[in-house]
Design a protein around this ligand. Structure first.
Ligand SMILES: Cc1cc2nc3c(=O)[nH]c(=O)nc-3n(C[C@H](O)[C@H](O)[C@H](O)COP(=O)(O)OP(=O)(O)OC[C@H]3O[C@@H](n4cnc5c(N)ncnc54)[C@H](O)[C@@H]3O)c2cc1C
Length: 344
């Protein structure tokens, strides 16, 4: 046990080592409400030295790996992509969703279905402003969910607003959308809800496949160096090894190999071994599916129930993953590569 505890320990072992994922957990969980994330987590008052922020940090090595896995209780296990029940390639049938979604609009479809059927009271998602600055957001209606559709490759501290959702707005059942590191943090909260005071309200976790994310300012400066004004961007995409930027007038503003951007990725991403959000109830990404569709990995019973409901509503079309190309082999390959190249 370290002689340094509390936020100072988090600062030394995680933040100063450039391992902070900016997930937002430390801000949400601090009992004294003194941890605030701006560019990095920082203390804005006296630390109680309770060590909760450190214990729930997703980057801190934890003995809970097996327990997190048991929360899912999946049928199959693959060493590259984790446990699962079924894998599909799916796509929304609704223009309203497809017009704003990143890929097949499946994350948006899940959230709308869960909110409209009153399975959840709200969802933690990311919205962006006109300059693509990400903002962790609590969505409680279909319109608010649609407003957050699409991908921001800049990191968004989605869990930051968990305290507001649970304690201030008293929402009882939440879905949380997040990158693998954020899902990892949520599972820790769920495993120890009485310590965290926040985990029991998380009903469903939707994880996004993730190779890496970027700090907003770094991404913006990179675009500027390439003569791209972020205000003209309609969509960012990472596909087939390329980073693509599409403009509002339909033009292609950038098309570079993603390898070129590796050095710009956030420090914590270099340690991450999780490509497919292995501890989520449902994981969603584009890899494996044809363009315009989403790959959907159902991992838990809750995830399976949400998927059955969504299918019944007939707003999505869905086919087993074995029937599409490039298919599951590519997901396994990229997941394996991420594990192999992660720093220890
Ligand atoms: C940083 C990052 C890296 C990714 N890398 C890959 C990859 O390598 N391979 C791959 O197949 N897929 C990757 N994805 C996932 C992909 O971009 C899509 O989010 C996914 O395919 C779901 O598409 P959809 O049309 O179903 O989502 P939509 O219906 O458009 O919904 C997307 C949801 O994601 C939320 N969101 C957007 N940005 C963020 C963010 N920064 N943090 C947390 N939540 C956010 C939105 O609020 C929305 O609820 C990545 C996503 C992120 C955020």
């Amino acid at each position: 046990m370290s002689s340094i505890v509390g936020f100072p320990r988090l600062m030394i072992e995680v933040i100063k080592n450039d391992k902070c994922t900016l997930c937002g957990t430390c801000e949400a969980i601090c009992p004294n409400r003194v941890v605030k994330i701006n560019e990095k987590p920082a203390l804005k008052g006296a630390c109680l030295l309770c060590d909760v922020c450190y214990a729930f940090c997703p980057i801190v090595d934890d003995a809970a790996e097996e327990a997190k896995y048991k929360l899912l209780n999946p049928i199959f296990k693959n060493e590259s992509i984790g446990g699962y029940m079924n894998i599909y390639s799916a796509r929304s049938k609704l223009k309203k969703v497809l017009n704003v979604a990143q890929d097949g609009g499946i994350v948006t479809s899940f959230l709308i279905s869960l909110i409209e059927n009153k399975v959840i009271d709200g969802a933690l998602i990311t919205t962006v402003d006109e300059e693509w600055r990400p903002k962790p957001t609590i969505a409680t209606s279909k319109e608010e969910v649609l407003n957050g559709s699409g991908t921001s490759y800049a990191v968004s501290s989605n869990l930051k607003v968990l305290h507001e959702a649970v304690v201030e707005r008293r929402l009882k059942k939440l879905a949380v959308v997040g990158t693998p590191c954020q899902i990892n943090a949520m599972r820790k909260l769920q495993l120890f809800p009485s310590v965290s005071g926040l985990g029991s309200e998380i009903y469903l976790t939707i994880g996004l496949f993730c190779t890496e994310s970027f700090d907003y300012d770094i991404l913006r400066q990179y675009l500027e160096r390439n003569d791209v004004d972020i205000r003209n961007v309609k969509k960012f995409d990472i596909t087939r090894g390329k980073f693509l930027v599409n403009g509002k007038d339909g033009e292609n503003l950038m098309d570079v190999p993603i390898k070129e951007m590796k050095s710009l990725a956030r420090g914590s991403c270099h340690y991450c071994k999780d490509y497919t959000a292995e501890y989520a109830d449902i994981s969603v990404g584009s890899v494996g599916s044809p363009d315009g569709r989403s790959t959907v990995i159902i991992r838990s019973k809750r995830g399976s129930r949400a998927f059955k409901r969504l299918n019944k509503e007939r707003n999505i079309e869905c086919i087993p993953m074995e029937k599409v190309k490039p298919g599951i082999d590519l997901i396994i390959k990229l997941s394996h590569r991420k594990k192999e190249s992660a720093r220890l």
